[in-house]
Write a protein that binds this ligand. Structure first.
Ligand SMILES: [Zn+2]
Length: 77
């Protein structure tokens, strides 16, 4: 393989990594925004708690709101 080809491949790989890190950063930002929105929703919804049968009986997350689908335990959301 010629040096020129290798140099070009290395450049491409670096560029892909850069793009990947930018997207990961973007995903982290969106996750943060979702956390804030869920916190607001948790404080504004008139919750009605129902048993979440997908959660095991010893789960701390077994109660969820039938309106907003958030868990009664904020650590689960
Ligand atoms: Zn609710």
């Amino acid at each position: 393989m010629s040096d020129a080809t290798s140099t070009s491949l290395i450049k491409d790989i670096k560029s892909k990594y850069k793009s990947m890190y930018e997207k990961m950063h973007e995903i982290e930002q969106i996750k943060k925004e979702i956390r804030v929105l869920k916190k607001n929703l948790f404080n504004t919804c008139a919750h009605e708690w129902i048993r979440d049968w997908d959660e095991p009986s010893d789960s701390i997350c077994k109660w969820k709101c039938k309106h907003c689908d958030l868990s009664r335990n904020p650590n689960c959301n």
